[in-house]
Design a protein around this ligand. Structure first.
Ligand code: ADP
Length: 535
């Protein structure tokens, strides 16, 4: 935009580049947006459920990721369309809030959009559709609350929690070891949980992985594992009752700054300087010993000479430890991070019952285990696996399982899975549509149809005839008024999800419905799309 003046001095505005913009208005805009949203949902649809397919994604620099996690698939897909980006954002918000159900939420939104398109074609105003959806989502939200049950568990009886985590893991690539991984996840969450305050700090759980071994070797370590080793091979590999100095300041003799000119023109001068440097470092080591440190963990490195001296003075050290790890070590060992060497004191040292270095296979790979810490609340899950892709996918799957366990501790209400909750909501919403007098009833009814998309997709992905399966299950719901009937994806022989022990958290399911509705409403309300056109 520019302001110009004509020959009489009157101002006028020139709008530049108008011709370069392309514009979609009204129904065309909504249709284009719906098509974009639907195409993203279609990609994820085949990944839903225990028999869902995995996706392989290659990044521009050639890294390959194989995953089944909705949020990760969308994160790695390079989408250009703004509406498609909204769907990516949708999956991400479910991931942030709940951690699980990231595929389901997108499939749900896609199906809502599909139904909305039909309504728009029939001439119903988008605002009416949006309002109808809003009403229907509230009905479904309340209905979920009604069909939910309380889930009983205690710190001693963890079996129910393990079962829930197994449901989450059953749809992932790692389902082979779901029992072991679910137990690890639950134990880890319980270790960091405050059951009384119903609070879980997942930041205290560190997930570390190393290529090699089998998935079954994955273990839970009550302490911290750092992918580092002692700075010198001759330092002790095992320190009991360690007092740890955690330093973020350099731990080496000061280097003469190049800005200041130091003339060293004789051998004596050089030796004096060197002697002084050594003395300075010696004093640093002595200071560590004086305060009682038996191990030094540093954020920065030190040179070979310093390393040798440390070995000589019998002070084991670890260098180049990352900031996040330092923080976790400080929390676990009850120590303080020391940013300036002068501030080092006895009470700032962290305490750990055992620090040991463990080597893996025939490689030079070593890791440092810090165990029996003063504060036992920080734990590490150490994943082993055949290749990097497997480890990364295990990390993502465990994240979902950890989130599910956390959600259950925060709120122990559950609804049954396998599409049963959606079918039950669909019947309730359908019934509500009949009672509503306004135009919105069409949208409410469409919402009920959209809810069927989850069981349909689950059946389709499991190789079952979708419509037939859904009709059978739905009639069972109505006849037996049993809200636990879902899709028997694994061919167990019963479609009662209560018997199959397939359930999901109530807050997760409610969040899915709310988030999907919000995004669809937002998309429906856009009636003008102005984009720079390509040339
Ligand atoms: P999300 O990323 O949304 O969690 P998943 O691929 O994990 O997607 O699939 C979750 C869906 O699969 C849920 O609707 C859940 O109820 C269903 N599900 C999981 N395990 C089973 C099972 N054993 N039988 C039937 N349905 C299952």
């Amino acid at each position: 935009m520019a302001l110009a003046f004509d020959e009489f001095g009157r101002p006028f505005i020139i709008l530049r580049e108008q011709e370069k913009k392309s514009r979609l208005q009204g129904l065309d805009a909504q249709k284009a947006n719906i098509a974009a949203g639907k195409s993203v949902a279609r990609i994820l649809r085949t990944s839903l459920g225990p028999k869902g397919m995995d996706k392989m994604l290659q990044s521009p620099d050639g890294d390959v990721t194989i995953t089944n996690d909705g949020a990760t698939i969308l994160e790695l897909m390079d989408v250009d369309n703004q509406i498609a980006k909204l769907m990516v954002e949708l999956s991400r918000s479910q991931d942030y809030d709940i951690g699980d159900g990231t595929t389901g939420v997108v499939v749900m939104a896609g199906s809502l959009l599909e139904q909305a398109e039909k309504l728009l074609e029939r001439g119903i105003h988008p605002i009416r559709v949006a309002e109808g959806y809003e009403m229907a989502s509230r009905i479904a939200f309340d209905h979920l609350e009604r069909i939910s049950t309380k889930f009983e568990f205690s710190a001693t009886d963890i079996e129910p929690l393990v079962q829930t985590c197994m449901t989450t893991l059953s749809s992932k690539i790692v389902s082979r070891c779901k029992r072991a991984l679910a137990e690890i996840a639950v134990k880890a969450v319980l270790a960091v949980a405050d059951l009384e305050r119903k609070d879980v700090n997942l930041d205290l759980i560190k997930v570390e992985g190393k290529v090699g071994g089998k998935l079954e070797d994955t273990e839970l370590v009550h302490g911290i594992i750092v992918d580092k080793d002692m700075s010198h091979p001759q330092m002790p590999k095992r320190i009991e009752d360690a007092h740890i100095a955690i330093l973020t300041c350099p731990f080496e003799p000061p280097k003469p700054k190049t800005k200041h000119k130091v003339d060293i023109d004789t051998v004596e001068k050089f030796q004096t300087l060197r002697g002084q440097e050594q003395k300075y470092f010696d004093e640093m080591v002595q200071k560590c010993k004086d305060v009682g440190a038996t191990l030094v963990i540093c954020q920065w490195g030190f040179d070979d000479e310093a390393n040798h001296l440390l070995m000589h003075r019998n002070l084991p050290a670890v260098r180049w430890v990352g900031g996040v790890e330092l923080e976790l070590i400080a929390i676990a060992t009850g120590g303080r991070i020391v940013p300036r060497f002068q501030e080092l004191s006895t009470e700032k040292l962290g305490k750990a019952g055992l620090v040991r270095e463990k080597s893996f296979g025939t490689t030079k790979d070593r890791m440092l285990y810090i165990e029996k810490c003063a504060n036992s609340r920080a734990v590490t899950i150490f994943i082993r696996g055949g290749n990097k892709m497997m480890i990364e996918e295990t990390k993502r799957s465990l994240h979902d399982a950890l989130c599910v366990a956390r959600n259950l501790i925060i709120n122990n209400s559950i609804v049954y899975g396998g599409g049963s909750a959606e079918i039950s909501c669909s019947i309730a919403v359908e019934a509500a549509a009949d009672r509503h007098a306004g135009v919105e009833q069409y949208a409410i009814r469409s919402f009920a149809d959209a809810l069927d998309a989850i069981p349909l997709a689950l059946a389709e992905n499991s190789g079952l005839p979708p419509i037939d399966t859904l009709t059978v299950v739905k009639s069972q719901h109505v006849k037996e008024s049993n809200p636990h009937c879902g899709i028997d994806c694994n061919d167990v022989g019963t479609n009662d999800m209560k018997e199959q022990n397939v359930f999901e958290t109530l807050i997760g399911k409610q969040q899915q419905i709310l988030l999907a509705t919000q995004v669809v409403k937002m998309i429906l309300k856009i009636d003008d799309v102005i984009t720079p056109s390509e040339y």
